[in-house]
Ligand binder design. Structure first.
Ligand code: PHB
Length: 400
């Protein structure tokens, strides 16, 4: 499916006359799920991109950017690969971006390498994706940013001795399990059980998996699911099985407390502890500006979330590349421009690690609390300038 141009202010097709020369129009192929289980994620990233353009109208000047959107449909990777193929061969894009699901990025990586197209990942979190192509850089996160830090905090701050891990059974879920386990066990904890809990394509009935976790009587239950409706079902099942009353804390990466889903989680979600790189309640000037602009543009009940901010920062990175390369995009030069790039993001200061092309950023330890009848994130601690620990530790596939 072709997704039309959503916002005429964002999309420009005409050549601009600037400084005595015709300025380039840079074509950006955007691969996101605009339909299916991930449609809301596609919308959040897209909105983040739009808000960046709105708040920074001169960011690309004197060049123009044309966004060509393609629907990656389901999380299997196959439709995303087809979309990338079309963007490269038919649309002749200069830059590829988007990619919510890891399989989408994994399937597309060889195409970016073969066609020498810079590929800027705005979500897909499996740590080793950046090792799949020298053309890939990531402005989102690795599952190890949050998972490893949550493992350490579980042992050191929450004083847990034992944990059970439940995870959606595909690459980022396996990665999140490995990350939590590495952080938790290095700090003296013990993972008692590892429970695969269905795939990303549909929300399973979590009851049997959570019952198995409850029966192990751990101090805490670490859960990764790919945000969205999966996350709402997690908190509901945790409540329905009386796990808190049984003394088992629910913790996870911030994927299980996505801002757009918080108010559907209900009071039972209070006390949930997560580590993540963004939540809409972060108190800094750049975030206040983002949240205000977002609500003005998309409605008082709308909110940015981690996916929205990744779209926002991704556009900032693309603008930096376009300006640095004077509108003429060449993959190796684009990666050179991105290495070491720094930005004052709504999530706090970010940088692209010159060594890995992956992001360096703060992680926030947060607790969900009820305030004025709404669930909000209370910031408990900041872990500054966190790198992808999978590559730092050369763990598993990150050793390659
Ligand atoms: C992924 O597929 O890499 C993914 C999707 C959703 C998330 C996190 C990771 O919340």
């Amino acid at each position: 499916m072709r997704v039309g141009k959503l916002c005429s202010g964002v999309v420009a097709t005409a050549l601009a006359f600037a400084g005595g020369a015709y300025a380039q129009t840079v074509k950006v192929g955007v691969v996101l799920p605009y339909t299916g289980v991930g449609a809301e994620f596609g919308q959040q990233v897209d909105r983040g991109m739009q808000i960046y353009m709105k708040l920074n109208p001169g960011a690309f000047a004197p060049y123009k950017v044309e966004l060509i959107r393609r629907d990656s449909k389901n999380p299997s990777g196959a439709p995303a690969k087809t979309a990338v193929q079309e963007l490269i061969t038919q649309d002749q894009v200069d830059i590829l971006t988007g990619f919510i699901y890891s399989p989408d990025a994994i399937a597309s990586a060889p195409l970016a390498t073969a066609a020498k197209k810079p590929m800027l990942i705005m979500n897909a979190g499996t740590a080793w994706i950046t090792n799949l192509s020298p053309m890939i850089s990531r402005v989102s996160f690795s599952m190890w940013h949050s998972g490893f830090a949550m493992g350490e905090a579980a042992a050191k701050t929450l004083n847990a001795k034992t944990a059970v891990v439940g995870y959606t059974d595909y690459p980022p879920g396996k990665d999140s399990l490995a990350a939590f386990k590495a952080g938790f066990e290095a700090a003296g904890g013990k993972v008692l059980d590892e429970i695969p809990m269905g795939g990303p394509g549909q929300v399973p009935d979590f009851t049997p998996f959570f019952q198995r976790a409850k029966d192990r009587k751990p101090d805490l239950f670490y859960v990764f699911v790919p945000a969205g409706d999966h996350a709402v079902a997690v908190t509901k099942t945790y409540g329905a099985l009386g796990m808190r009353a049984a003394g088992i804390k629910l913790v996870g990466p911030g994927d299980i407390t996505q801002d757009i889903k918080l108010q559907s989680m209900g009071e039972g979600a209070t006390g949930l502890i997560t580590v993540h790189h963004y939540n809409a309640d972060l108190d800094n000037a750049a975030n206040r500006r983002l949240v205000a602009a977002w609500k003005q543009e998309f409605g008082a009940d709308s909110t940015p979330d981690f996916m929205g901010v990744q779209g926002y920062d991704g556009m900032a990175a693309i603008a930096h590349v376009v300006r640095t390369l004077n509108g003429r995009i060449e993959a190796e030069a684009a990666m050179k421009a991105l290495r070491g790039w720094k930005y004052d993001s709504p999530r706090g200061p970010i940088m692209i690690d010159p060594a890995t092309r992956d992001i360096v950023m703060n992680e926030y330890l947060s607790e969900l609390v009820m305030k004025d009848g709404r669930l909000v994130q209370k910031n408990l601690a900041v872990i500054p300038a966190v790198k992808d620990m999978c590559k730092e530790l050369k763990a598993g596939k990150c050793a390659q």
